[in-house]
Ligand binder design. Structure first.
Ligand SMILES: Cc1cc2nc3c(=O)[nH]c(=O)nc-3n(C[C@H](O)[C@H](O)[C@H](O)COP(=O)(O)OP(=O)(O)OC[C@H]3O[C@@H](n4cnc5c(N)ncnc54)[C@H](O)[C@@H]3O)c2cc1C
Length: 659
């Protein structure tokens, strides 16, 4: 079977333990005979590189930034989940597992999620041992806070800089291995193709971003840890450089792309303020621990605020709609991200939005400041408040923050089996680049957990299994002289030459923005059949225009950020079409995928019973309880759809309610 998830036999809570005792090992003395290529040095790639090198493998690690410390992981603010139950509030491995499956709207693979919950505590121990300065209680124990979609406090954090501190921990272990000569680090190298030899991933082609040199690298296997594709929407909370190129080029070589339409929209971002903006800023979900989300009850009041005729602080209490507390009393302001985002959109669609565009709601700290005092709030969120103040000019201690949902994370990614190996043998995928654990929606603080679980605790076993299965005779056998490298290199050169030869009139950035207008409006927070069909036609036309009229200035043999961008935008366009196809195929609503045709209405019994409110996402488990996997079928051909059916043993499909 092409897409066999290879889930081990046995009870859920013993699968990983048993699997580890059964899979092949590589003897320590033999590990130095193998060479592992890792693309990406964020949390997933950095952790994998440090761990595999520590085990004795030779590792080459690549990133396009000038240092692994600049990987996008550094932007993560709020925290990382683990079921340590330090708060004694009833947490457990099972509860974290259950919350994650439910949070993902029952579209993730049960066995992977259980393993994630199982190793979550080890991640915290590992990071503490590295010296990551997690926040602590007065008595010295690690502190926790709450994040959306959970009724326990299980999120470990380092102020609003958790990703940065975790990345520094991984980076210091990576640096140690670089110093020991066990990892060779290639900064400013962009992977532009993966090379398959006899169907196995055995190398990559890169472009040196400083001098433009195209290079070949051969290894015994390849790990992609290249992050997410949120910038397919142009505006997102992702760093400008985040892209889909590595994953998409692997897809073009035959790797399955799973659930590309599952995008997370984060409810608490600073609203868009003009059409020249190129980046959105996240306000961490941790703020919802103390901030209360509201919109004016009355459209007139909202209008006055928009026009600057009324200060939000002057809106009387009984004229404020704390809509999350009203609609979801059990979870309140900590309702999951997909649900909170849609609720904000509903308020704005109803004409009650604030901000100059009408696309904003409030996140208000007035009550928390009254209860705990300004100093405590500053201690908890000071750097986030400062950041907000610098961007908007408003002081969130006295004026409620304005927030609106924005693209933040991508749950889709390259398909992987239980071993995190794609359908191309020897090609492993980790972190946000794979599709594995979050289903249709990611709960807050679980991306860092997944990236580090993959890098520190899963790949060190499963990569060994692949290499051990190949046998020692295969080690180092493939070299860059192989004809497959010749072919891949010439394909890469041809694409670069083509981009530089067009010399049209429109910049790559302009095409990117136009693509984002299509993907956000037709495949964003809400989608429908007609819009998606239209989006596919529009993207195809835009693509044609791009290849006839893009203008890439500069040369191939120098630093050329326009050329880098053009290559990434070209991939985003092909990918954007794939994303829309996936969204069109999925005739249901789930998590971050909301098809307006599929929502609960007053007619549904479950709404009449009071269990759900009208407007909630309506899944169709019988027809769509699967992972949608797309396979490339050739240039301008419609890709083929394959399915991995999702079978739940411990958790039963259930209608999500956070009431
Ligand atoms: C603003 C923000 C805040 C967040 N806060 C949280 C949070 O509080 N908690 C949480 O759990 N999650 C959070 N997330 C999500 C989380 O940060 C990311 O999902 C996670 O860090 C991704 O890690 P990664 O290692 O998979 O990828 P990244 O950190 O994005 O690393 C990707 C790596 O791949 C390299 N790369 C990519 N393409 C190529 C190529 N073609 N060639 C060579 N190298 C390449 C890059 O150079 C980089 O080294 C947040 C995300 C954002 C945007």
């Amino acid at each position: 079977m092409e897409f066999n998830a290879n889930i081990p036999e046995g009870p859920l809570d013993q699968k990983w333990t048993k699997h580890k005792t059964k899979i092949k090992l590589v003897n320590p003395a033999n590990r130095r005979k193998y060479h592992v290529i890792i693309v990406g040095s964020g949390l997933a790639g950095g952790a994998a590189a440090a761990s595999l090198a520590e085990m004795g493998y030779n590792v080459s690690c690549f990133c396009y930034q000038d240092s692994p410390r600049r990987a996008h992981s550094i932007a993560a603010q709020g925290g990382i989940n683990a079921s340590k139950n330090y708060q004694n509030d009833g947490d457990s491995t099972f509860r974290l597992f259950y919350d994650t499956v439910k949070g993902g709207d029952f579209r993730s693979r049960e066995a992977n999620v259980y393993r994630l919950a199982e190793v979550s505590g080890n991640i915290i121990d590992q990071c503490v041992a590295q010296g990551v300065p997690f926040a602590r209680e007065y008595g010295g124990l690690l502190a926790n806070r709450s994040f959306g979609g959970a009724q326990v406090s299980r999120t470990f954090y380092a102020r609003g800089q958790t990703g940065q501190q975790l990345l520094l921990g991984a980076y210091q272990q990576l640096s140690r291995q670089i110093g020991l000569g066990q990892v060779k680090m290639y900064n400013r190298h962009e992977m532009l193709d993966v090379v398959l030899v006899d169907g196995h991933a055995k190398g990559i082609i890169t472009r040196n971003l400083v001098d433009g040199k195209i290079e070949r690298f051969a290894g015994d296997c390849v790990i992609l840890a290249t992050g997410g594709y949120g910038n397919a929407f142009f505006l997102s909370t992702n760093a400008q450089g985040c892209n889909v190129t590595a994953a998409f080029r692997a897809y073009r070589r035959g790797a399955g792309f799973a659930n590309p339409c599952y995008t997370q929209i984060h409810p608490t971002c600073i609203p868009v303020h003009g059409d020249q903006q190129s980046k959105l800023t996240l306000m961490s979900e941790s703020l919802r621990n103390d901030g209360r989300v509201w919109a004016p009850k009355d459209r007139e009041t909202a209008k006055k605020i928009r026009e600057g005729k009324m200060h939000p602080g002057d809106v009387p209490e009984d004229e404020r709609d704390y809509y999350l507390e009203r609609k979801y009393p059990s979870f309140g302001n900590l309702a999951p991200r997909d649900i909170s985002s849609r609720a904000a959109k509903e308020a704005c669609d109803d004409g009650r939005g604030i901000a100059s565009t009408g696309l904003g709601v409030f996140l208000d700290f007035r009550d928390a400041i009254q209860r705990f005092g300004k100093d405590t709030i500053a201690e908890r969120y000071g750097n986030l408040f400062d950041m907000y103040n610098r961007i908007t000019g408003d002081d969130p201690y006295t004026t409620p923050m304005m927030i609106y949902p924005a693209v933040h994370y991508t749950m889709g990614g390259l398909w992987v089996d239980y071993n995190l190996e794609s359908n191309l043998p020897g090609l492993f995928v980790a972190g946000e680049a794979n599709f594995s654990d979050h289903g249709a929606n990611r709960l807050g603080a679980s991306a860092l957990m997944q990236g580090l679980a993959d890098g520190y605790f899963v790949l060190p076993y499963t990569v060994g299994n692949y290499l051990g299965t190949q046998g020692l005779a295969a080690a180092g056998k493939v070299t860059t002289d192989a004809p497959e490298f010749e072919q891949a290199e010439s394909d890469v050169r041809a694409k670069i030459d083509k981009l530089l030869s067009i010399q049209g009139t429109e910049s790559p950035r302009s095409f990117h923005k136009r693509l984002g207008d299509i993907t956000w409006s037709k495949c964003g927070m809400a989608r429908d059949k007609a819009g998606l069909e239209q989006a596919i036609v529009e993207i195809q036309a835009l693509k044609k225009e791009f290849w006839e009229n893009v203008k890439v200035v500069g040369d191939a043999n120098e630093i050329n950020q326009e050329l880098e961008r053009a290559g990434r935008v070209a991939d985003f366009m092909d990918f954007g079409e794939l994303m829309c196809r996936d969204a069109l195929m999925r005739e249901e609503s789930c998590g971050g995928h909301f098809r307006v045709e599929h929502q609960y209405t007053e007619e549904d019994e479950i709404v009449q019973s009071g269990y759900l409110s009208p407007g909630e996402a309506k899944r169709h488990d019988d027809e769509f309880g699967f992972v949608g996997i797309w396979k490339f079928e050739g240039e301008d051909q419609v890709p083929s759809l394959h399915k991995e059916m999702l079978e739940y043993e411990e958790v039963k499909f259930a209608t999500r309610s956070y009431k």
